[in-house]
Each structure stands twice: as structure tokens, then as C-alpha cells.
Write a protein that binds this ligand. Structure first.
Ligand code: GDP
Length: 427
């Protein structure tokens, strides 16, 4: 069976932990989009890890981890992440990399930096991992596929051609040093040697695995609101964050995806610029940020403080719908135990009208949050294993959210560790 695990909002919903948990019952875990631009935090018996490119399944002996064709493959980063986890005592994971994945080139990172610099105050708040230049090149058909590394003639010709083009921009638009084609070719030959042990036709591997009835988990990065089509464009990422794209980014039939587990956090947070209707500021935000996640809400990749807000029913319901959520994992609920009352955004006021649907970015910019205030439970819920043992107000909070989301909340996460999860039999 194929399951997908994806985020409903801006990312950082705690997907890493849920993926790590679901990894236990998976044979294969696949990254299908994005690159090393966002991170998952995973805490397990080996320690605490921030993974950026590797699928979360790398900690298990029984799983194969796949970097699918939809991913922006940063080859030295991949090798570094593998070495990092192995140096911390994790057994060397079984990893396969799609020979159709495209390669994140050193100049993608430079172009990302230069463009943010050029935009100045109007920058996107990019993590400068080269993701936007990478996907631009992929769709402009000037990207490098892993398979091309293994044909030196193709590679040489292409390097010359691409350098010519990139150097015009570097020289005249950004006024930066040009790329030396010889140097780039040498780098790509090093990349070839690094990736060779992993490269294969992962789509064929997955088709076979489906035939054999294996359990496959598609692991999404970021969340619905960062999707280039359905998110808060243009403050989005450059590859689709939706479960549907999992079929393409992994190379499997769309109808094989049977479960779409959508991760929703009990409050909101976002990194980077972009619309965020239920955002809070000042002391209220500082306190939630400090108490949030595991040791505070700071970016796993950049360490940047995350923007904070109350739970947003409008955005989360839309996020679930656009993912095609079949069930929801509600995370980080334990953090809210300090609050007397918890505001929840239940509507957007736009031009004097209250709306429940999530609008396009132009309208979203005018939206003001409409809150309903729910009573807090004022206690520590970590350690609780059964749904019935949660305080009444806490269950009411969950059930309120569930009704708003219109999707069953089947898992409630009440702590950062793997076993801190409450399952519900309500699907
Ligand atoms: P992801 O990218 O969606 O995996 O999210 P991140 O890993 O960036 O952020 C989630 C943070 O919350 C991490 O620090 C997790 O360890 C932590 N976390 C996940 N679930 C829970 C939970 O239920 N309670 C608490 N307190 N922290 C959690």
C-alpha cells in the first residue's frame, strides 16, 4: 500500500516525527519533491537529528530510502548527510537515487543568493539552497539529470552550452565572477563518483515493490500553503508540496496512493515572508515561540525564529482539502497547556464580509482574522497515552478542530518523541 505524509499549512507541522513513526511499518520511504531547503527534526534512540535531504526512514534497518525524480538533488549534501548520521552511530542506510532526478548545481546556490541580494527588501526570504533557480532550469529544460553524468560527451557539450548562458547573466546582470566550464566539469565528475553507488531507475523499483505488496511511504516537505499552484503565490516553494505530486515525483501510478496523512499543528507557525492571517506578535508570540516545538520554534535549516500565530481553521481546512487528506495527525498539542484561553481563527473578514474559504493571495492580503476563543486545559498532557485520559477541554479543542477540518484526527502528538502519540479509532 502507498501512503503519503504531507503538511497542511506552511510546513514545520511536525511531519518528521510522524514520518519517523510511520517508517516503522514501511518498507520504502520516498522523498518526491523539494531539496535540502527545509528540515525535519527527528528524535529517536540514536539522538536528535535535523534531516534535510534524506528521507526520514534512514534510521531503520528494514527500510529502503529513495530520493525520487522530483527532488532537487544536492549530491555533496546527500553524501554529507549520510556521513553525518553514520558518524553518530546510525547503521549505513540503504539509499537509492533516481537516475532521472536532476542535480542541484553549485551555481543554483549562487544564483539564489545573488537574486535575493538584488531584490533587497523585496526578497522572498529564500533559504538560499538554490531551489528556485534549480526548478527554473528544470522547466526551462537546461537542468542536468543524474543519468547525464554517466555520458562524458553529453556532459562536456552541455556544460559548455550552459556556462555560456549562465555567464551572460553573471557578468551583466549580477556583476559576479563567471563560471569556468573546466572547473564545473571536474565538479560534475566528482558528483558522478559520489552518486554512482545509489543511482538507478527508482520508478521501476517502486512499480515492482507495489506489485509485491510492499508498504511505501511518500514523504512531503513543507505544506499546502507553499505549493506553487495552491499556496500563497508568489511566497511559495518551487515544487509541488501536494500528495498528488507524490505520484509524479516518485514515478508511481496516482491511484496507488491510498492514504494521505496530513499533518496539522495545534497552532500556526511560518518561516519566510507571505500572508499569514492569524499571525500574532509581541510578548504573546514570543512566549508561544519559546514554548513551541521542541526547544522553541526556530527553523531547522536556518535557525531563523519562526513567525507565530493561532490555529487557523480556514487555512488548515483548505490545506487538508487540497492535499486530499484522508486523515489528520494533530501535533504539538502539549505546548498549548499554559494558556487560560486559546483563540482559534474561524473566518477571514475581507471587505466587511466573513469568509470561510481560503482566497487567492490578492484577497488574502486584505483578510483579518475572526476568532473564537476556546477554554484552555491548563495542564501538562505529555505522558498521556489514551485519548479518554486527556483533559476535557483538550479533547474539546481537538474535536472543535476536527469538525472545522472535516477530516478525522486519527493521531494526536503530545510530545516530540517517537512514542508520544495518541491513536484514535475514529476513521
Ligand atoms: P517538519 O518539517 O514538519 O517535520 O517540522 P519540524 O521538524 O521543523 O518542526 C517540528 C518541531 O516540533 C520539531 O522540533 C519536533 O521535534 C517538534 N515536535 C513534533 N511533534 C511534537 C509534539 O507533539 N510536541 C512537541 N512539544 N514537539 C513536537
Amino acid at each position: 500500500m502507498v501512503r503519503a505524509i504531507v503538511g497542511a499549512c506552511w510546513g514545520d507541522e511536525g511531519k518528521g516525527k510522524i514520518t519517523d513513526m510511520l517508517g516503522e511499518t514501511s518498507d520504502i520511504i520516498v522523498r518526491f519533491q523539494g531539496g535540502s531547503n527545509a528540515g525535519h527534526t527527528i528524535i529517536n534512540d540514536y539522538g536528535k537529528f535535523a534531516l534535510h535531504l534524506l528521507p526520514s526512514g534512514v534510521f531503520y534497518n528494514h527500510t529502503t530510502s529513495i530520493i525520487g525524480n522530483g527532488v532537487a538533488l544536492n549530491i555533496p549534501y546527500l553524501v554529507k548527510e549520510v556521513n553525518d548520521i553514520v558518524s553518530k552511530g546510525v547503521p549505513k542506510p540503504k539509499i537509492l537515487v533516481s537516475n532521472r532526478a536532476q542535480i542541484l548545481m553549485p551555481y543554483h546556490i549562487l544564483f539564489d543568493e545573488y537574486e535575493e541580494e538584488r531584490l533587497g527588501k523585496k526578497s522572498f526570504g529564500s533559504t538560499k539552497s538554490g531551489i528556485a533557480p534549480f526548478y527554473s532550469d528544470k522547466y526551462a529544460k537546461i537542468g542536468f539529470q543524474v543519468s547525464e553524468l554517466f555520458d562524458d560527451d553529453v556532459l562536456k557539450e552541455k556544460v559548455e552550452r550552459i556556462c555560456e548562458m549562465k555567464n551572460v547573466l553573471l557578468e551583466h546582470m549580477y556583476h559576479k565572477p563567471k563560471i569556468d566550464p573546466q572547473e564545473l566539469l571536474a565538479t560534475l565528475r566528482e558528483y558522478r563518483d559520489m552518486v554512482e553507488p545509489y543511482a538507478c531507475d527508482t520508478s521501476a523499483f517502486l512499480h515492482q515493490a507495489i506489485k509485491e505488496g510492499k508498504n511505501i511511504l511518500l514523504e512531503g516537505q513543507l505544506g499546502s500553503l507553499k505549493d506553487p499552484d495552491f499556496g500563497i503565490y508568489p511566497m511559495v516553494t518551487s515544487s509541488s508540496t501536494l500528495a498528488a505530486y507524490g505520484a509524479i515525483g516518485a514515478g508511481i501510478p496516482p491511484y496507488e496512493i491510498k492514504e494521505i496523512i496530513t499533518v496539522v499543528k495545534a497552532y500556526s507557525s511560518a518561516v519566510g515572508a507571505g500572508e499569514f492571517v492569524s499571525e500574532i506578535f509581541g510578548d504573546e508570540a514570543d512566549e508561544l515561540r519559546r514554548r513551541g516545538g521542541d526547544g522553541g520554534e526556530f527553523g531547522a535549516t536556518t535557525g531563523r525564529p519562526r513567525r507565530m500565530g493561532w490555529f487557523d481553521c480556514v487555512a488548515s481546512r483548505y490545506g487538508c482539502k487540497i492535499q486530499g487528506a484522508t486523515q489528520v495527525a494533530l501535533t504539538v498539542l502539549d505546548v498549548l497547556g499554559y494558556l487560560d484561553e486559546i483563540p482559534v481563527c474561524v473566518g477571514y473578514e475581507i471587505n466587511g464580509k466573513v469568509r470561510k474559504d481560503f482566497p487567492t493571495t490578492v484577497e488574502l492580503a486584505k483578510a483579518k482574522p475572526v476568532y473564537e476563543v476556546l477554554p484552555g486545559w491548563k495542564s501538562e498532557i505529555r505522558g498521556i497515552k489514551k485519548y479518554e485520559d486527556l483533559p476535557e477541554n483538550c479533547r474539546k479543542y481537538i474535536e472543535f478542530i476536527e469538525k472545522e477540518l472535516e477530516v478525522p484526527v486519527t493521531m494526536v502528538s503530545n510530545g516530540p518523541e517517537r512514542h508520544e502519540i495518541i491513536y484514535r479509532n475514529n476513521k
